[in-house]
Design a protein around this ligand. Structure first.
Ligand code: NAG
Length: 96
C-alpha cells in the first residue's frame, strides 16, 4: 500500500495532466479503475505503450491490474473520486 501511494505521488503531474483534456491519460485511469476489465484486456489496450522486454512489463501491468480488480467496488469508486480530486485540485493548476 505504501508503494502504491509513492507511485501515485510520483505520477501526480501525469494525473494532473488528465485535467487538461489529455484523453489518453484519462482513458488509462478509467481502464485501471474499471474492475470489470480483465488484466489481459488491460494490457491489450495498453499494448502500444508496453515495452518490448519479453513480457516483463506486460506481466507487471497484469499483476497491478489484478490487484486493482481485487479491491471492493467501494474502494474502486473511492480511487476514482481520489483521481478526480487530485486533478481538479488547486495544486494541479500548475500543470494546466
Ligand atoms: C487477487 O485475488 C486472488 C483471489 O483471492 C488471489 O489469488 C490473487 O493473488 C490476488 N492478486 C493480487 C495481485 O493481489
Amino acid at each position: 500500500m505504501k508503494l502504491l501511494t509513492v507511485l501515485m505521488l510520483a505520477a501526480l503531474p501525469l494525473f494532473c495532466y488528465a485535467g487538461t483534456g489529455c484523453k489518453l491519460v484519462k482513458e488509462v485511469i478509467d481502464w485501471t479503475i474499471d474492475g470489470t476489465l480483465s488484466p489481459e484486456a488491460y494490457v491489450e489496450h495498453l499494448a502500444p505503450y508496453v515495452a518490448d522486454d519479453n513480457g516483463a512489463t506486460a506481466e507487471a501491468l497484469m499483476t497491478m491490474k489484478e490487484c486493482f480488480n481485487n479491491q471492493t467496488a467501494e474502494t474502486q469508486a473511492n480511487i476514482a473520486v481520489m483521481m478526480e480530486t487530485i486533478y481538479t485540485s488547486p495544486q494541479c493548476k500548475l500543470f494546466k
